[in-house]
Design a protein around this ligand. Sequence first.
Ligand code: FAD
Ligand code: PYC
Length: 416
Amino acid sequence: MSKYSIFTLARNAFSQHENWPEAWRSPEPRPEYDAVIIGGGGHGLATAYYLAKEHGLTNVAVLEKGWIGGGNTGRNTTIVRSNYLFDASAHLYEHALKLWEGLSQELNYNVMFSQRGVMNLAHDQHEARDLKRRVHANRLNGIDSEWLDREQVLDFCPVINSDPDIRFPIVGATLQRRGGTARHDAVAWGYARGADARGVDIIQNCEVTGFLIEGGAVKGVETTRGTIRTGKVGMVAAGHTSVLADLAGFRLPLESHPLQALVSEPVKPVLDTVVMSNAVHAYVSQSDKGELVIGAGIDGYVSYSQRGGFAIIEETLAAIVEIFPIFSRMRMLRQWGGIVDVAPDASAIISRTPVDGLYVNCGWGTGGFKATPGSGHVFAHLVATGQPNALAAPFALDRFSSGELVAEHGAAAVAH
Ligand code: FAD
Ligand code: PYC
């Protein structure tokens, strides 16, 4: 029987919740590990989980400067889909989507993956042509993807404005029925618990402040909790990756931008799918608590501020209210920002670096939550073996010198 049974619930309710077993340990850092992962977001924790589970590497530490899931993992709007344009991305995101479909069972932790469908709206013929091309490309890659005409969109999601004379009229939409949303914290917590159970040390409040590099190879990291020696380091720090690369003595083709989201007061169920509009860089879904979860495009300036500018969300809400007049009197409860790391081709970087033994997983920009299980899975392979697997190979750093970019600005769907 699970240690979290109904009896545990009752016992802890009567003891003022004092005796809950910890879901993962809080160990002191050891002086040496076989591998160190920098960043306790979903990607870093998933990497550690698969390192332990699939590669037998259990003497591993995840170093997190704040609390796990406190970065973009806990700040995103949780949209999961795999309808990317190019083969390399479609395969990587579809790998992730397949892992999402079994993740609650895999982790024995309910990540609340809800396949409620993701629609990408077209507001003019140009967008419609572009999105239909994506539907065809997806199908050639075996990914479920449909084109809905205007009537089908309004039938599928009746709360969308049917007026053809608005600023953003509905022309049609793509629909990926297997897409949806998941509970972001649960993803971090589920991977953390699973990694911890296999022996991984998850160390919070531990910032990496420098690297030990000898003869061009990594030998360890300096942290706010002391020096840790290791021959393998995976850098999975999202918006702060360029800061870490600087500490290691090289540059990455990344810009860090704020990306904002906000939630409304809770209301009864009214929206049972995810709606995205590439033209206005707005997206909305309804959480299980009833809140509307709304996101914007990136703030155009480079910044490490986890807030963002008011003008961006004002513009997003103006578009949302036009597309969904039914939401016009709802009050917004909370707004926040995350720092997203954007590569020139709007695709991830999963790669070796100029320093031997130091690997990087970054550049997920506005769209990495959906990749979390797949990203951790392929990055664990790279860290464990030193070689990218077939899914990760197209995302290496050398594409920026060879010119073999994976240009996903369109399918990224949110302003990059
Ligand atoms: P993070 O969760 O940010 O983890 C990185 C961790 O590294 C952080 O916890 C940070 O504290 C830690 N760190 C940094 N520097 C150091 C250091 N020196 N030492 C130790 N630790 C360090 N993606 C989607 O697919 N769908 C969406 O709907 C979506 N919506 C989004 C909405 C918003 C508002 C934002 C901000 C992002 C959104 N994204 C979305 C993108 C997605 O959130 C990210 O791509 C993804 O979560 C990145 O995960 P991660 O684990 O790499 O990063
Ligand atoms: O990549 O699907 C996405 C996304 C939605 C919101 C932010 N990013």
